[in-house]
Design a binder for this molecule. Sequence first.
Ligand code: SF4
Length: 464
Amino acid sequence: MPRYSLLDIYRLLPGTNCKECGLENCMSFASALLDRKKKPQDCKPLFENEKYKEKREKLLDIILPAIKEIEINGIKIGGEDVLYRHDLTFYNPTAIFIDVSDTMNTDELISRVKKINRFSIFRVGQDLKLQGIALKCKSNDAVKFGDAIINVLEHSKLPIMLCSFNPEIIEIGAETCSDRKFIIYAANAENYKKMTEIAKKHDAPLVVYADTIEDISLLTQKIMEFGHDKLILDIGTYPEGSGLRRTIENMIKLRRAAIDDRFKPLRFPILANPSVVWLYEKDYYEACMKESYIASLLMLCYADLMILHGLETFEILPLLVLRQNIYTDPRVPVQVKPGIYKIGKPNEYSPILVTTNFALTYYTVANDVEGKIDCYILVLNTEGLAVLPALAGKKLTADLVKEHIEEYKLENYVKHRYLIIPGLAAKLSGEIEEKTGWKVLVGPMDSSRIPDFIEKEWKKLNLQ
Ligand code: SF4
């Protein structure tokens, strides 16, 4: 559970309801803080008046996320506060970086970078994309690494991770990046002093690698003593046999220590590196599949950032869908805007399908009819509920249908007066006809059968 409640936050505000924060009262501000829609600093009296010093410090202490939030070129990782999504929500989806290396020839490198840039899958109203490029220095040659950096920067605006355990290579790479932000991979027990200097100089997030909890927490403490705290934890990804179990256990222990115990040295995002699968698995398709399922497992075990090698759609798609599901806020149903949507090229005799504004419902209906029929979809504002819960909660009613017909002026779109409602909403048909004056056809229970339904039932109407 989150370690503080709305009331806990409210008690630490001035309580004067002065509205300087732009909200009606301190309780609304407490709620906005809880939802991360406002920052504590937005309450000016709290920060300007010394009599609130104690409250301010306590508030800052409790409101700070258990896991540090790190931002790189607009991509945020970490910032989490709970172990289980249903306790509150998860905020920042796992960022997926795809590796490239400085031993690739230039054409191969550029073509891979371009493929990473354009990788995008549209699902439930969102473009699912990749977040960054991990450039591995396999040559151990600073010149080659520098050339590869220039090529990546020239062909992509995505965040870049510079990967080498050699501080000299990283130092030259960091200078080459100059005005672009980057992540450094990685500091270990041998190189951490020099890596920390470079990370501090460029204000770059630094991945810290060690393969036990004790070693990684000692290392982060030392790095923090040197004055750098934009850290990301890599406790090693071992894909084979008991190594995978150890990886999962370690990642869970890291996150529990950070959230349950608020153990400062471990309150950082976690990096997983499923790309190591390719070191062990030589069969191309086996490697893609294995990398995909290991990445899925590690995403479920709190990986905030991961490096992958495979770039096949069949490998990445399940991961992106899983990520979309995990990081959807359980408190807010995913919604589409209510209104009238065109599918294909509808005309004034085309059918109007009625559905709800729960995104999954709308996109299921739209995908089931797209390319098969031309029609309109009237999306009702059921506050993001699907058909059955909307009926049960009285969010889908004949009055609502009437309001939407009037608001979106349906009569301007078609010459007929027919609506097709979902099969699950059949019981509303009579009431809708009475209240709206439109005839109702009860559609199928399953939207995949709508095209057949149109072929058989709609055409019987002989509208034109
Ligand atoms: S500015 Fe601060 S004191 Fe004033 S209403 Fe907002 S939260 Fe309350």
